[in-house]
Design a protein. Structure first.
Length: 139
């Protein structure tokens, strides 16, 4: 894929705090929404993951807030997987307003947990690609 995967989201009023800003915890929800949307578009469901005996785990998440988001703001949430040779991977995400302004940058480290052995699988990229109907989402 040449362009980062992205999904549109509109900030809802109930997601804002007392100052009218998007609540800090909701940024993680938006990031998760983009991740699961990418998996779905690649042809992987939660049932597929569970059925193959693995589940995604979050190991670390960092959010850099750049500009405020308010109710009604329309944004794009990007999602790019970066693979290492180990058991973990990095997910880089940007929440960008319609005018191109970056509202937040989210970097996460994750892995795939073997649900029976309770250990990280050694090749998460290979597992995702083997389950996907369109593995190009993981290149």
């Amino acid at each position: 894929m040449t362009e980062p995967y992205s999904v549109p989201v509109t900030v809802r009023g109930y997601e804002t705090d007392v100052q009218g800003h998007l609540n800090q915890s909701v940024y993680i929800n938006y990031a998760e929404h983009a991740r699961w949307s990418l998996l779905r578009d690649a042809g992987i469901t939660q049932a597929d993951l569970i059925g193959s005996g693995v589940g995604p785990v979050a190991l670390e998440t960092t959010i850099r807030y750049r500009r405020e988001l308010l109710a009604g703001d329309e944004v794009e949430v990007t999602c790019v997987f970066e693979w290492t040779e180990g058991k973990t991977f990095r997910i880089r995400q940007t929440i960008r307003k319609k005018d191109g302004t970056t509202a937040a940058e989210i970097d996460a480290v994750g892995g795939l947990l073997d649900l029976k052995e309770r250990r990280m699988v050694p090749d998460p990229c290979g597992v995702f690609k083997s389950l996907a109907t369109d593995p190009s989402y993981f290149d």
